[in-house]
Design a protein around this ligand. Structure first.
Ligand code: MN
Length: 355
């Protein structure tokens, strides 16, 4: 990496909120699943097939970085100017495995994550992995991870073998998150098998665009499907400045009202609040992979200073200059501290005694 060191000490801690890791044994399981095609999802085959088959420096560097959540990770954080990383299991997490395997892997992954956080308590924090393909077990594991291991919420890597969280069979998980008062980070995955095909032939299935289509759709299905009428206190975090939804706010409200009025779709019923109100009151946004001033300022203004948080998306998009660019955002000192530090402390319930 570029060994640029951030020397000036800003009046805030930089907390990066969407930072990925992958336990080595799960990396091996992914690679085996590429070889034996035991995970047939074409999005998975495309994304992890690249990492498994590529000899490129990008692939090998990423593979090394993502499996290291020890001293090597902390050294790179020092060089990048990141004070804290909130770690979460990379996509697709344990979601493609059968329910029993996924549930067992979620537990062992959470135990490992908690252990590494105990070794670096001022630098690392984390979100729980769960296997939503067994919703009741996932709710139980979330409770264990939060109350026994001290993890700060949960990550779900978008579609669950082609299904979405607006399906009521998953609602025990959402009920548990709401009751525990912890956020759900709805992280991207490649588009579901039903929608991935036209992305694949042009290499658009992953972070360039497919992730945002998939994850924005997922969030919108949850909103229109009434999840936030049923769980009005549930808080969801979206990366990548909201997977493009903030840009669509006006039209989503306008068209949703029309769809409901005209009774066009049995699955689009009246909601207690407009979609834009839910997106302002039940969602937070992070800058992962989108540390670009015009877009950051747009979301800051539109969604509110208390709704936007910093994220890098390490190790997928490690651009040392981005930290300096975010330091230079034209925000007041108060809003900049909220952006880098205090919003994340509040949303994730982090310890605030480390500086
Ligand atoms: Mn990410």
């Amino acid at each position: 990496m570029n060994p640029q060191t951030i020397t000036s000490v800003p009046p805030y801690r930089r907390i990066a909120t969407e930072e990925a890791w992958l336990p080595p044994e799960m990396a091996q399981m992914y690679l085996r699943a590429i070889q034996d095609k035991s995970i047939p999802d074409p999005g998975f085959q495309s994304l992890w097939g690249f990492f498994a088959g590529s000899q490129s420096e990008r692939a090998s560097t990423l593979f090394r970085r993502i499996q290291d959540i020890g001293d090597g990770r902390v050294r790179e954080m020092d060089a990048l100017g990141t004070d804290v990383q909130i770690l979460s299991l990379t996509c697709p997490g344990v979601q493609p495995f059968d329910p029993a395997t996924g549930t067992a892997l979620a537990k062992s992954t959470n135990d490992q994550l908690a252990e590494t956080i105990r070794r670096h308590p001022t630098r690392l924090d984390g979100l729980a992995a769960v296997a939503p393909q067994d919703p009741q077990a996932a709710a139980k594991e979330l409770e264990r991870a939060v109350t026994k291991l001290g993890l700060r919420g949960l990550i779900i890597n978008s579609h669950i073998n082609g299904e979405y969280l607006d399906d009521q069979k998953f609602w025990d998980i959402l009920a548990a998150a709401e009751a525990l008062n912890v956020p759900l980070y709805l992280h991207p995955n490649t588009p579901s098998p039903q929608m991935v095909e036209p992305f694949l032939s042009r290499g658009l299935d992953a972070a360039i665009y497919g992730f945002a289509c998939e994850t924005g759709l997922h969030a919108l299905r949850m909103i229109v499907g009434g999840v936030f009428d049923r769980f009005p206190k549930l808080q969801v975090v979206l990366g990548h400045l909201g997977e493009a939804l903030p840009y669509w706010l006006y039209r989503i409200d306008f068209m949703h009202a029309g769809i409901v009025r005209s009774d066009r779709c049995a699955g689009a019923r009246p909601l207690q609040r407009k979609p834009s109100e839910v997106l302002r009151q039940n969602f937070h946004y992070t800058t992962s992979g989108m540390c670009w001033e015009p877009a950051v300022m747009y979301v800051h203004k539109l969604m509110g200073a208390d709704r936007l948080m910093y994220a890098m998306d390490y190790p997928y998009q490690v651009v040392p200059e981005e930290v300096a660019a975010m330091d230079a955002l034209p925000l007041s000192a108060e809003h900049k501290k909220m952006f880098f530090q205090t919003n994340a402390e509040r949303v994730f319930g982090l310890r605030t005694d480390a500086g």
